[in-house]
Design a protein around this ligand. Structure first.
Ligand SMILES: [Fe+2]
Length: 324
């Protein structure tokens, strides 16, 4: 899917105390494992909702996730707000532009900017996609799928190793939303991700909306997908909404992150939590972003499902997120 850049808030809304803050304040906490609670994707529309809340309010949003590329500039209001939010909450940095699935080398300048963000904000989680979005120096505003082959496994594995070595941090890799079957596939997506974890020590960001979208578009079964998924490697879960495009004799699910989580995805989330236990879980909403309370409602639903599952304990006996 495409991830539109965030719009900056009007300068007049930036608190005077924050204007000019170019570095994380000395009080920025050290990286901490994000617990298995609910978080919300951070949008500039909601900066004030978050910062103006009293302690004990908005408890459904226990942490926030940013798109790394929205904060790769040096200063300004976005960093001022993010620094203030980071002082109060754990943070996850989710990259959308590293292009781990590219044939060519990683962009050193992009990697350097990512490392700068990681050092500045000390996130509890860092993630990227099993996808490519650049070729020959040209960047695209989409995440394209990779063929699930042994050659891709080697190539993406090398890029993940390079990234983890450079950041000195483990990263999570997100399963993509896809729209077509790749004829060259030599293995299933769960198998590919499991091998990737074995070879690199990375973890998985399991996007359950992407599972629903991809399986529907490729006429595959979501239960089969989850039954073969390496759940112990999952360090974070994404929940989002999608739209459905319909023609006379066809239907395509579009991963647009512009609506509430579908009933099908809630059911998949319940299945995962019952089987593997809860994980840090994020509500993603990137287009037609609603008022902050709507995101809190969605996060509250996720929290209820996680708590119900936790009450019985995971069937697979692995309730711990694989973050470090
Ligand atoms: Fe996602």
């Amino acid at each position: 899917m495409s991830y539109p850049p965030q719009t900056s808030p009007p300068a007049a809304t930036v608190p005077d105390i924050l204007i000019g803050a170019k570095k994380a304040p000395a009080s920025t906490p050290a990286p901490a494992k994000i617990p298995s609670i609910t978080g919300v994707g951070l949008k500039s529309d909601h900066y004030r909702d978050i910062l103006d809340a009293s302690p004990g309010e908005n408890t459904e949003a226990g942490w926030f996730e940013i798109h790394a590329e929205n904060y790769m500039g040096e200063g300004g209001a976005p960093h001022a707000y993010l620094s203030a939010i980071r002082e109060r909450f754990p943070l996850s940095i989710h990259g959308v532009g590293l292009s781990l699935g590219s044939n060519g080398p990683l962009d050193d300048a992009h990697l350097k900017r990512l490392k700068g963000l990681v050092e500045r904000y000390r996130p509890g989680l860092i993630s990227e996609h099993l996808a490519w979005c650049s070729a020959g120096g040209t960047f695209f505003n989409d995440l394209f799928p990779v063929p699930l082959t042994h050659e891709t496994l080697r190539k993406v594995g090398d890029h993940i190793n390079q990234t983890q070595d450079y950041l000195s941090r483990r990263i999570l890799i997100e399963n993509p939303s896809t729209y077509l079957k790749t004829v060259d596939d030599e293995m299933s997506e769960p198998e590919f991700l499991e091998l990737l974890c074995e070879r690199t020590g990375c973890g998985i960001l399991l996007d359950l909306n992407n599972v629903a979208v991809s399986c529907a578009n490729k006429a595959e079964n979501t239960a089969d997908y989850l039954a073969h998924f390496p759940g112990a490697d999952v360090g974070e879960i994404h929940l989002a909404g999608h739209s459905i495009d319909k023609g006379h004799d066809w239907e395509l699910r579009i991963d647009d992150h512009g609506s509430r989580v579908s009933q099908e995805v809630w059911a998949l989330f319940g299945t995962f939590c019952e089987r593997w236990g809860p994980r840090p879980t994020l509500i993603e909403w990137d287009t037609d972003v609603p008022a902050f309370p709507v995101l809190l409602e969605e996060a509250g639903k996720a929290r209820d499902i996680m708590q119900n599952a936790a009450a019985f304990g995971p069937l697979m006996g692995n309730a711990h997120a694989v973050t470090r």
